[in-house]
Design a protein around this ligand. Structure first.
Ligand code: BTN
Length: 276
């Protein structure tokens, strides 16, 4: 067996968790690991179930975007959660997983930071085309999280947290080439996906235990600890476009932006655009 595959044996032998990943379904291909977990959730699968895929034919991201899912190189995984919380607490839960993902990536020695709500960015330093043009950003997206919940009124039936992490991929299609990167592109190293997955699950399990004990505060602390606060940006607020600096996240998981007059604006959805 190759060190780099995501088979049950490779992942189980690397796993240090109590619950997360103990039920594990590695797939060669599926439309979306989020859909597969949702299906198993409806059939009564336990919290902590993890589904991975070598490739996805219809991987999706936030805001209706698709998720580039080339075969055999990256992590496409979804985790089933059954948090005893109300639906309003789901956005902080998403931030929590982002913080745990940042933690796991930083453990590989890569400088990573979170962009609201759940993009993980890493710095490309003199490796690849990032230095070639002044207009190209140095901080590029290496991972994203898509959280999808089944609710009944305020009650949460289950939550599926899907993570796409660009691990060993080197080439991106034209529309992503200036925006996305991979751990391999920023380090020149090839990573064991099984070990990365095990480390990610350990980080998420630890963070989730904190969430169960402390609620949204645990999520906010973890997310803010890995975010780049003070970043100039613009975003769509409830009363129109807002420009200012990122100041943290609120109790409901919304981004707080402080404008030039010191007023705080809450951003609850959409895209946050960095301003240089
Ligand atoms: C984003 O950045 O917009 C979120 C991307 C989430 C992608 C992952 S890959 C595994 C899981 N399955 C999906 O279809 N999407 C998520």
């Amino acid at each position: 067996m190759s060190t780099f595959d995501l088979g049950a044996e490779a992942v189980e032998s690397a796993l240090a968790t109590k619950r997360f990943g103990r039920a594990y379904v590695p797939l060669r291909e599926c439309p979306s690991t989020n859909d597969h977990v949702a299906l198993l959730a409806r059939q009564g699968a336990p919290e902590g179930l993890v589904v991975s895929a070598e490739t996805q034919s219809a991987g999706r991201g936030r805001l209706g975007r698709s998720w580039h899912s080339p075969a055999g190189q990256n992590l496409y995984v979804s985790i089933l959660l059954r948090p005893p919380c109300r639906s309003v607490e789901i956005p902080p839960l998403t931030l929590l997983v982002g913080g745990a993902l940042a933690q796991a990536v930083r453990q590989t020695g890569v400088n990573a930071r979170l962009k609201w709500p759940n993009d993980l960015l890493v710095e490309e330093i003199g490796n690849g085309p990032a230095q070639a043009g002044a207009a190209e950003p140095r901080w590029r997206k290496v991972a994203g999280i898509l959280t999808e919940a089944a609710t009944e009124g305020e009650r949460v039936l289950h939550v599926v947290v899907g993570i796409g992490l660009n691990v060993n991929v080197e080439e991106f299609p034209a529309d992503l080439v200036t925006k996305a990167t991979s751990l391999r592109r920023v380090t020149g190293r090839t990573f064991s996906r099984a070990h990365l997955l095990a480390s990610l699950l350990a980080s998420i399990e630890g963070a989730y235990d904190q969430f169960l004990a402390r609620g949204a505060k645990a999520a906010i602390d973890l997310w803010e600890g890995h975010a780049h606060l003070g970043q100039r940006c613009r975003a769509q607020g409830t009363h129109g476009e807002v420009e200012g600096v990122t100041a943290g996240v609120g109790a409901g998981g919304e981004l707080l932006i402080r404008d030039a007059d010191g007023a705080i604006h809450k951003i609850v959805s959409g895209e946050v655009i960095p301003v240089d």
